[in-house]
Design a protein. Structure first.
Lengths: 797, 161
């Protein structure tokens, strides 16, 4: 690990003896999951609980003529069958727009479709029964008559005058458009030695969380309270939205989030069927459980990254990039998703293209169109893989055009490590990035020159290996600039409360959530280090709106940077309060005392003075023995939100080594490298595993994953056998290195690391495949890189 | 609707008698009837491997097997393997290597890994990757899992030596 800037604070509270910061320690409570004794939503059962199954539209676009549920109501175990119109009595519709995305429009969406369905898989009725199987049986007997309408499926023709408008009230199928023009693009292209253009095509894909989306909603009519058990990344957001649309106060809604079987952004949204489940428990006055089956997951979990992006790059013979231009088109389904909207991804693409480079001439247009397919929205590394693939693809094309090595062209164009703070042409503000240090490090890790030599040698023998490199920037630690400024009630701050219990252990309540990243671990590491107690004495409570401070949750790589800082600041207050009490008990001064290994000690020589357990006993049970006027406060709460920078940008670089079989079109991943700079690293192992997991999701997009729709809007591979995801057999080992540039926005200095892997993996692999195919004079700018795509490019099929 | 069928089997060494519908799959029987929720359902069509359990010593996908087919069989789930201590070292290796994130695939993954280690005491890395290819993990990227299984294999070999 190399550091290009030390922590500005010098020796901080985090550098104390026995600090857990920067150390690999196992996550607390993993045994629960290892023994199959976790509690996922699908494991929850409540008294009188019924199960809901949704009747879903087989049409991409159709009018609902009639729904006949008479026969289904007579089926064994059926409690109720509820249509969209009936459910509308208890829940209001919503519109997924944000005011800071100027011009973004969408139509009102209902929990269950009323009169019309707009994608294959939209719910048209809810069947509630004593078991899921009974509900499924009855759902098959609900007779729905549809009148098929023409489906808008191809994003390229969605805006044509001849194409039907999906929502007449909106006037056209354009949801959002953004145009950016910075510098002097035309002039720059005109003066360039070479200009290269390409169209980049991305496969629509989805998150495939191993645990499908699930909800248990329990309306207690006597208490007038709704409890929602849901695997969500943002409990307070769910609380706010459920209350808003059911006509409740937020305090009437409790959201409990226990173990979550994978999220990746899929579980940060509010889905219509989840809203329907909240409404059903209120309507039917009994707990209702919804567990999506895998076919439903493919048809209704948000999809992402269905983009076609035309790109253009200007370059001079010396390798200096003169201009970037993109024209991005994306189809988001029939509605902008709620409440985060479906314009963020395209907006991010505009923001991020060209981001690592010094080039100031940049023009972009992004258009977001409606279509009759499943909804699209934010999935891990929102927009990053598109922006990175377009940028890095163009940079490689430029390098190829002028005959320059891909690493060398990056060296000549990446923003210098000492040029910060600075801003991108799209207005992104960078506090401190480390592109050059990262590139130098990855070149060393992968032994670039030796790999090139090996590649040349093997090429003589007809073995086609390729090396691909992709630099990237990553949005983390989002402030209110992401959602709050646009009117969304999504907290950008997080809060942490820490208290010393009566035996001297620490109870810590945090508003960030755990989906396996290690939120619980990093919180315990920070609290333990800052206070001076061992991690096994820190209990972390998260995922319950009744029990934790108000906050955003875990998404957009904010857990460590925002929630971690709140934990640090709360713990510092608790520490001060403890030392005040200790000083009173010991007739000493707080400055002369410290806390080490669960005991108050003399600051000077470390001699033990009083155990925290003894201090707690006195405070809680014998306060009469304390000096007069002392009122100990052994609980402290602090919140944190970044204010100076809207986002803490991080950076990194990925590299891939691949071998292409030119007879079969198969790509073998030989090795993958990542160097990433996420600032202060709380737990190196957790960071590395976040990156590896992200890389493999990116590799899935690069090689396998695609939701295949036919021209009528039917999803043709909505099952795990036909929709391919990476398996262990075909994945490479991934080497991860770090450069450390802490953010000065917080004392902790941590930035996020959750998006990095997914951000650049596909770009690195695509560049590597094109490098392998160089002798054949073809380049591919489409993912997934299936054998069919590769053999087509080679002219073999 | 078809009548219920009486079945008798052992689950984690305990005798179980039940009446079940013929269509009930083993996974739903374990989860809904016996409340052994460590067996997870990821796809319900035999692809993801999250529901892997042991029946008569062989690993099977419990979503693809009917409960009535387990009549007379000895079924072992993650709860049983945990309580017997059979995979305590493997679980410790997973914990130390952070070979799980969300944990949803983990019970099935441990079942499959232990199956490999029982048949092949020192599998090569590629063999581990191959054997676990029927168990999907969306969080880890697999490397940590492969490392943990490899570490366990080595430790068991050393213990034997």
């Amino acid at each position: 690990m190399s550091s290009i800037r030390s922590n500005p604070e010098g020796l901080s509270v985090l550098d104390r003896p026995n600090s857990y910061i920067g150390k690999t320690v196992p996550r607390p409570n993993l045994d629960r999951l290892l023994q199959g004794r976790g509690c996922y939503v699908s494991d929850i059962e409540l008294p009188r609980m019924a199960h809901v199954v949704f009747v879903r539209s087989p049409h991409a676009h159709a009018k609902i003529v009639s729904i006949d549920a008479a026969a289904a109501r007579q089926m064994p175990g059926v409690n109720a069958i509820v249509t969209g119109k009936e459910l509308a009595a208890v829940i209001t519709p919503w519109v997924g727009v944000l005011s800071h995305l100027k011009g973004l429009k969408s139509a009102p969406q209902s929990a269950i479709a009323v009169d019309r369905v707009c994608w294959q898989g939209e719910a048209v009725a809810a069947v509630v029964a004593t078991s899921r199987a009974a509900a499924e049986d009855a759902a098959e007997c609900v007779a729905v008559e549809y009148q098929a309408l023409e489906a808008v499926t191809d994003m390229r023709t969605a805006l044509d005058p001849a194409t039907p408008v999906i929502h007449a009230s909106l006037g056209d199928n354009l949801a959002f458009e953004r145009i950016l023009d910075a510098g002097a693009v035309d002039q720059a292209f005109a003066g360039s030695d070479a200009v290269v253009e390409a169209e980049f095509v991305f496969g629509r894909h989805t998150g495939v969380t191993l645990e499908p989306r699930s909800v248990v909603a329990d309306w207690n009519a006597a208490e007038a309270r709704l409890t929602i058990y849901q695997g969500t990344q943002a409990p307070h957001m769910v609380q706010n939205i459920a209350a808003l649309h059911l006509g409740l106060w937020e305090q009437q809604v409790r959201v409990v989030c226990k173990d979550v079987g994978g999220s990746f952004g899929i579980k940060v949204h509010i889905y219509a069927d989840e809203m329907a489940t909240y409404a059903l428990t209120k309507l039917l006055r009994r707990p209702i459980k919804f567990v999506a089956d895998r076919v439903e997951s493919f048809n209704t979990d948000i999809h992402a990254r269905d983009h076609r992006c035309k790109g253009k790059i200007g370059v001079n013979r010396d390798g200096i990039i003169t201009a970037f231009e993109i024209d991005d088109l994306t189809g988001i389904g029939p509605y902008s998703m709620y409440p985060r909207t479906s314009a963020i991804e395209a907006n991010q693409v505009v923001n991020l293209v060209g981001g690592p480079y010094t080039c100031k001439n940049y023009r972009a247009r992004a258009r977001v169109v409606f279509q009759n397919k499943n909804v699209m929205c934010q999935y891990r590394a929102v927009g990053h893989p598109i922006a990175c693939s377009v940028t890095e693809g163009l940079v490689d094309l430029a390098a190829m055009k002028i005959g320059m090595d891909p690493v060398e062209i990056r060296r000549r164009n990446l923003i210098a490590d000492d040029a910060y703070p600075c801003a991108s042409p799209s207005g992104l503000r960078f506090e401190q990035l480390s592109h050059h240090a990262s590139l130098a490090k990855i070149v060393e890790m992968m032994n670039y020159q030796a790999l090139r030599a090996e590649q040349a040698e093997l090429r003589k023998r007809g073995v086609h290996r390729g090396i691909g490199v992709a630099s990237f920037i990553e949005v983390t630690n989002p402030s209110a600039a992401f959602y709050g400024v646009g009117g969304a009630k999504i907290s950008s701050q997080d809060g942490v409360a820490v208290r010393l219990d009566a035996q001297g252990s620490v109870i810590c309540q945090t508003s960030i959530t755990e989906q396996g990243q290690g939120s619980e671990s990093l919180t315990a590491q920070i609290v333990g280090s800052a206070l001076g107690v061992s991690m096994d004495r820190v209990r972390v409570i998260l995922g319950d709106t009744d029990a934790t401070p108000y906050g955003g949750g875990t998404w957009a790589s904010r857990g460590a940077g925002i929630g971690g800082e709140a934990a640090l600041q709360a713990t510092k207050i608790l520490r001060r309060n403890i030392l005040d009490v200790a000083a009173a008990i010991l007739q000493s001064a707080p400055a002369e005392l410290d806390i080490v290994d669960n005991a108050v000690v003399s600051a000077g020589d470390g001699a033990p003075r009083i155990d925290l357990s003894e201090l707690a006993r006195i405070v809680y049970f014998r306060p009469d023995t304390l000096p007069p006027g002392i009122q100990p406060e052994l609980m402290a709460t602090r919140h944190f939100v970044p204010r100076e920078y809207p986002f803490a940008f991080t950076n990194g670089v990925q590299a891939a080594s691949v071998e292409v079989d030119i007879d079969t079109g198969f790509v073998k991943l030989l090795k993958h490298w990542v160097v990433e700079d996420c600032g202060t690293i709380v737990n190196p192992q957790l960071v590395d595993e976040q990156i590896r997991g992200g890389v493999v999701q990116g590799l899935g997009a690069a090689l396998f994953e695609k939701c295949v729709y036919d021209e009528k809007g039917q999803l043709t591979n909505a099952n795990m056998a036909d929709y391919l995801v990476p398996m262990s057999g075909e994945m490479p080992d991934i080497d991860v290195g770090h450069v450390v540039s802490p953010t000065r926005e917080s004392e902790l200095g941590a930035k996020g690391a959750g998006e990095a892997g997914a951000a650049g993996a596909a770009a690195a692999v695509t560049n590597a495949v094109n490098d392998a195919l160089k002798p054949f004079g073809t380049t591919i700018t489409e993912i997934p890189l299936t054998p069919q795509v590769i053999l087509t490019a080679l002219g073999r099929i | 609707m078809t009548a219920q069928v009486a079945i008798s089997l052992t689950v984690n060494g305990e005798r179980v008698e039940a009446h079940v519908l013929p269509r009930l799959n083993l996974a739903d029987f374990l989860r809904d009837h016996l409340k052994l929720t460590g067996t997870h359902l990821g796809c319900e069509h035999g692809v993801c491997g999250a529901c892997t359990v042991r029946v008569g010593g062989e690993i099977v996908r419990s979503c693809l097997m009917l409960a009535v087919q387990a009549n007379g069989a000895a079924v072992e789930t993650i709860e049983g393997l945990s309580d017997s201590g059979e995979i305590a070292d493997l679980q410790a290796a997973f914990r130390d290597r952070n070979a799980l994130q969300c944990g949803f695939c983990t019970p099935g993954m441990l079942m499959a890994a232990q199956d490999l280690l029982r048949a092949n005491r020192m599998p090569a890395r590629a063999e581990i990757r191959q054997h676990l290819s029927g168990n999907y993990c969306r969080c880890t990227g697999y490397q940590a899992i492969i490392d943990a299984v490899e570490t366990t294999a080595r430790a068991r070999m050393e213990l034997k030596a």
